[in-house]
Ligand binder design. Structure first.
Ligand code: PRP
Ligand code: URA
Length: 221
């Protein structure tokens, strides 16, 4: 798996990331979601430079112009619920993409003992697609690995890009294990230090789902 870390280049992504992490600024929920969305738009734009394009002609009011347009069939898949704002940013750029959703949540626990619950899958046909699996937080990696497995029920993509805002080294290692080849790319906007005993990214930003939508209650099935 290739890893591309946008933080290594100075850009506005680093400004949005700073606001996202700031314990004071992040209390403004609309701004928190908007920052996730802005980071996603920037990441999607960079990622778009690696895709395939084909020549076409477009008719303007004054003539015909040769252009190049995306020829990959892009599908954006996300993990509910923290992934929603991030997902919107990708759809802002890939405006004709199909979208897929899987619901997953972590049974809170210690970093080496956390189980993932998956209970909803809505996905378009993925066979042969360029699949962008997007989730702002890559902590243990358990959610993304489980989500990817679930999405495979809809077919095997030709290309896989995994996109996250903040990644922990432990999560990157877990994905490297799951995707040892260089045909998968992980895009991140920052790599942080480590996971704490509750599998939260340190320094991270806290709980992305709660900051986006409010604290959730716990329901036992
Ligand atoms: C967050 C995030 C990821 C997951 C990452 O979701 O959106 O899906 O944590 O953690 P992992 O890499 O250890 O699996 P969370 O489980 O907090 O659920 P939520 O979206 O409902 O808030
Ligand atoms: N999910 C979050 O929202 N934050 C973390 O730090 C880890 C998982």
């Amino acid at each position: 798996m290739n890893v591309i870390n946008l933080e290594k280049t100075d850009s506005m992504v680093n400004n949005y990331m700073a606001e996202l992490r700031d314990a004071h600024v992040q209390q403004r929920r609309l701004l928190f979601r908007e920052n996730l969305r802005r980071i996603a738009r920037c990441m999607a734009y960079d990622l778009s430079k690696t895709l395939h394009y084909a020549p076409r002609e477009v008719r303007t009011p004054l003539g015909i112009r040769a252009v190049r347009q995306l020829s990959d069939r892009v599908v954006v898949g996300t993990v509910l619920r923290a992934g929603l704002a991030f997902h919107e940013g990708f759809l802002d750029v890939f405006d004709s993409a199909d979208a897929g959703f899987v619901a997953a949540y972590r049974e809170e626990g210690s970093a080496d003992h956390i189980s993932i619950h998956l209970d909803y899958l809505a996905a378009p046909h993925l066979e042969g697609s360029t699949f962008l699996l997007v989730d702002p937080m890559l902590a243990t990696g358990g959610s993304l690995v489980a989500a990817h497995q679930a999405f495979l029920r809809a077919g095997h993509p030709a290309n896989l890009h995994i996109c996250c805002a903040i990644a922990a080294p432990e999560g990157i290692a877990r994905l490297q294990e799951a995707f040892p080849g260089d045909d998968v790319t992980l895009w991140v906007a920052a790599v942080d230090d480590h996971l704490n005993e509750n599998a939260y990214i340190v320094p991270g930003l806290g709980d992305a789902g709660d900051l986006s939508f409010g604290e959730k209650l716990s329901f036992k099935p």
